[in-house]
Design a binder for this molecule. Structure first.
Ligand SMILES: [Fe+2]
Ligand SMILES: [Fe+2]
Length: 153
């Protein structure tokens, strides 16, 4: 079984998971100051989740007879999730993380759609990962709401 579109989307998702691992790791360590701890802890926990997703996708790629890309072949796109010069800029990290989670939700929904009636195993994997990404997205939406409320107060 070989479906180029599914494999391409899985590679995109794999790249994004590993990019999230790198940026969540850096930001979780770099963040500092009031209100930073909760966000920092959430990011540190997500590093494990996203790495787990990357591992599952790598396994699935292999099952589809495709090699998981090495570092030189990984796409990079999370410009707004680069650690800020100002380590107390919690909003920057929350907004960047939220954008990454929204992108992830979009990608897994696309995989689910493309796999429909074609590849139920990959589709099932994407459904399970999507559930995690929606959970992450909700968490960062909550952080953003509380930052907005603090600003308004
Ligand atoms: Fe993920
Ligand atoms: Fe996520």
């Amino acid at each position: 079984m070989k479906n180029d579109k599914i494999i391409k989307l899985l590679k995109t998702a794999y790249s994004a998971e590993l990019e999230s691992v790198q940026n969540y790791l850096a930001n979780s360590v770099w963040l500092d100051g009031i209100r930073a701890r909760e966000v920092s802890e959430a990011l540190a926990a997500d590093v494990t989740d996203e790495l787990g997703h990357a591992q599952q996708i790598a396994q699935r790629l292999k099952q589809l007879d495709a090699c998981p890309p090495g570092s030189m072949d990984l796409e990079r796109s999370q410009k707004n999730l680069q650690p800020s010069k100002d380590p107390t800029d919690v909003r920057h990290v929350v907004e960047g993380s939220l954008a990454a989670e929204r992108d992830a939700v979009y990608t897994y929904r696309e995989i689910i759609e493309v796999c429909d009636g074609v590849d139920p195993v990959t589709q099932d994997l994407a459904v399970r990962i999507l559930a995690d990404e929606e959970k992450h997205r909700t968490l960062f939406e909550g952080f953003l709401k509380s930052l907005d409320r603090d600003k308004a107060a």
